[in-house]
Design a protein around this ligand. Structure first.
Ligand SMILES: Cc1cc2nc3c(=O)[nH]c(=O)nc-3n(C[C@H](O)[C@H](O)[C@H](O)COP(=O)(O)OP(=O)(O)OC[C@H]3O[C@@H](n4cnc5c(N)ncnc54)[C@H](O)[C@@H]3O)c2cc1C
Length: 474
């Protein structure tokens, strides 16, 4: 022990209070475990403070402003003015309400909260260095530890997040002025969500992407409506371009890119947002002191019970691998706490949904048709277009479709892909169907409220069975 150290003990030490860690801590508290949750920055982690929540608040506000100003077809004429400082204050209020709730819920469930940066010191021991000079450190002895240290944005060489016009997503979401022009490096989900926000707030947005499409990890027919809408919003895309550097130019900057032949292009803007992906945070944790080595992608490997190779150490959330999503982190957090408490708990990867909050939204869960085939199923597919949905037409957003993938012989629902209005919400029903082991017949014969978007889910199941009412059957 270092002079001046104090020493404490706990059943479960949770490192990092994002949606993985705080959920694990609360669940462990519910299970009567003695639990300590250490956080070095802000309760709620990336998701509540700098990711999911502020980005969705900005998406809602920019959608509202854009829709109000573009509703002539409905006989509505308006020219909304956006006061950015007030918008930011509202967004920050939402964040504060949620992060304050995390702290209260943790305490109410008997979780001891500790501020500081934790690092493994030895088997069964971590050191927590408290923030600020002279605030000291302490050694925490634990029976079990749950690592939930999350991820951080990947930097592109030549683009340092410390340099003012170069932004990561966190900085982009904290701006209290709308930039006149913005280059976004990366057309993944974070880049595309923020491209939509700023385009709708009036920024001239240019997106440069190394690959040849937007949302490259999604099927083409899901990404296509998103690209089409982005084109309509005036977003300027340049594919096959790797960002190579930037320099000051006049009042703004010039961003340089290179294609695979080495040809150089230049794009002028006020700022540049780099959104090329995120990497797990494992390097400042002292993992070597407990004999854990991250894999070649930097993730801590775990099994379906969130256990690492060391019996007493668990890892959850972004640090434990793809998909790097908040609800996967929370589900793993619950599993880790339950396994530590001796309960028979495990994570079913196939029922983990994903959503992209672009315009239109994308929601996916389970297997695609191609994946189902690769896994040896005999897939049958049903699809229902939103332009045949009464409710979709009444919202003014009738692009996209619901697709459902099932195993033909057994009828079991295997997966779904949705692009269109409220896809992020609609996908929940199909995640539930997979979790329950539901068949196409179960989904098709469930009476859905009319007129709702959810009827499209029922009709997609009926279409797979060959008897949809409101679309032609296969
Ligand atoms: C712009 C943006 C939008 C996003 N939108 C969505 C979305 O809509 N839906 C979705 O599901 N996901 C979204 N995500 C991803 C989501 O934020 C992450 O998947 C989620 O936050 C992961 O949770 P986690 O608990 O693993 O880690 P994090 O939320 O990153 O939390 C980790 C915590 O650990 C703390 N920490 C790290 N090291 C230490 C240490 N040594 N000691 C103490 N504390 C430490 C950090 O300060 C942090 O608070 C988004 C991300 C971004 C950036």
């Amino acid at each position: 022990m270092v002079v001046g150290d104090i020493s404490t003990g706990t059943d479960v030490l949770v490192i990092g209070a994002g949606p993985g860690g705080y959920v694990a801590a609360i669940r462990a508290g519910q299970l009567d475990l003695d639990v300590t949750l250490v956080e070095k920055d802000a309760y709620g982690g990336t998701c509540l403070n700098y990711g999911c929540i502020p980005s969705k608040a900005m998406i809602t506000a920019s959608d509202l402003a854009h829709e109000a100003g573009n509703a002539e077809e409905m006989g509505i004429y308006a020219d909304p003015e956006v006061e950015m400082p007030e918008l930011v204050e509202w967004k920050d209020g939402v964040v504060d309400q949620l992060t304050g709730g995390v702290e209260k819920l943790a305490k109410a469930n008997g979780v001891s909260l500790m501020e500081g940066r934790a690092e493994f010191a030895d088997e069964g021991k971590a050191r927590v260095v408290h923030g600020g000079e002279g605030q000291g450190s302490e050694t925490v002895e634990f029976e079990h530890a749950i690592v939930s240290t999350g991820s951080r944005p990947i930097e592109v060489p030549g683009f340092d997040f410390g340099d003012d016009p170069v932004l990561d997503s966190r900085q982009a979401l904290a701006m209290d002025e709308v930039p006149e022009s913005l280059v976004i490096v990366g057309a993944g989900y974070i880049g595309m969500e923020l491209a939509g926000v700023f385009a709708k707030l009036g920024t001239d947005v240019t997106v440069v992407e190394m690959l040849d499409s937007v949302l490259p990890t999604y099927e083409d027919d899901l990404a296509r409506p998103v690209k089409k809408r982005a084109d309509e919003l005036g977003i300027d895309f340049h594919f096959g371009q790797a960002a190579s550097g930037w320099e000051e130019a006049g009042d703004g900057i010039t961003v340089t890119t290179e294609d695979e032949d080495g040809d150089v292009s230049e794009f002028g803007a006020e700022k540049v947002l780099v959104a090329v992906g995120r990497e797990p945070v494992t390097d400042t944790l002292g993992l070597e002191n407990v004999g854990i080595e991250p894999n070649e992608d930097g993730f801590i490997e775990t099994d379906d019970r969130a256990r690492t190779e060391k019996d007493d150490i668990f890892a959850i959330g972004d640090v434990a691998g793809e998909p790097m999503l908040a609800h996967k982190a929370s589900a793993e957090g619950q599993v880790a706490a339950e396994v530590i408490a001796g309960e028979p708990s495990a994570l079913d990867q196939q029922a983990v949904p994903a959503a992209v909050f672009t315009d239109p939204e994308i929601g996916t869960v389970g297997l695609t048709e191609a994946e189902a085939e690769d896994d040896g199923f005999e897939p049958v597919v049903g699809q229902f277009p939103f332009n045949a949905s009464g409710r979709a037409l009444t919202t003014g957003h009738a692009e996209g479709f619901v697709r459902i993938v099932a195993d033909e012989p057994s009828g079991f629902v295997l997966g779904a892909q949705i692009v269109g209005p409220e896809a992020s919400e609609l996908v929940a029903e199909l995640g539930f169907a997979i979790e329950m082991g539901a068949t196409l017949e179960d989904v098709a014969s469930t009476i859905h409220t009319h007129p709702t978007l959810s009827e499209a889910v029922m009709e997609a199941a009926e279409n797979a069975l060959g008897h949809a009412i409101h679309t032609l059957n296969r």
